[in-house]
Design a binder for this molecule. Structure first.
Ligand SMILES: [Zn+2]
Length: 156
């Protein structure tokens, strides 16, 4: 009468368990925990980072911010980039990034991010720094390069 049990492995804890029906989780607890740890989409990540998790209680705000987030991730789809952006000020809406000032800000941050990605060449020479500075100076063509270059100088 009873359906035949089959073995499944829990998507959350990995434990094998028997069930008459196809199930993903061994227990309601695992199902709940998995939902809690569910990896956020990039859009959600951005909203959490810049606006804060409180916003998820406000459905209208979430709807609005998700639209902004979608626009932003279309332009900048790399999560590593969004992770790298420093949190310099409070904001209560991603619409900052949609405006001219915010877009300029993102451009600069993206340029810095791209430059950071390029592994610096390593030389065994003691004047490495000067050599690199010279190369950089030669290659300054854009504002973003200038900004990065300027920042490096400050750090010396
Ligand atoms: Zn489990």
């Amino acid at each position: 009468m009873a359906a035949k049990n089959k073995t499944y492995s829990c998507s959350h804890c990995g434990k094998e368990f028997l069930s008459p029906h196809k199930k993903k989780f061994c227990s309601p607890k695992c199902r709940r925990d998995a939902a809690k740890n569910k990896p956020h989409s990039l859009n959600q990540f951005i909203i959490d980072k810049f606006i804060g998790e409180e916003i998820w209680k406000d459905k209208i705000a979430v709807f609005r911010e998700m639209k902004f987030a979608k626009d932003l991730t279309k332009k900048y789809p790399l999560k590593a980039f969004w992770k790298a952006i420093p949190l310099k000020f409070d904001m209560d809406s991603l619409c900052f990034f949609i405006g001219a000032q915010g877009q300029a800000y993102l451009k600069i941050e993206y340029a810095k991010f791209c430059l950071d990605l390029k592994a610096p060449k390593k030389y065994d020479l003691s004047d490495t720094k000067y050599g690199e500075e010279k190369v950089l100076t030669k290659n300054i063509r854009t504002v973003k390069d200038f900004i990065q270059h300027g920042r490096k100088k400050e750090n010396n």
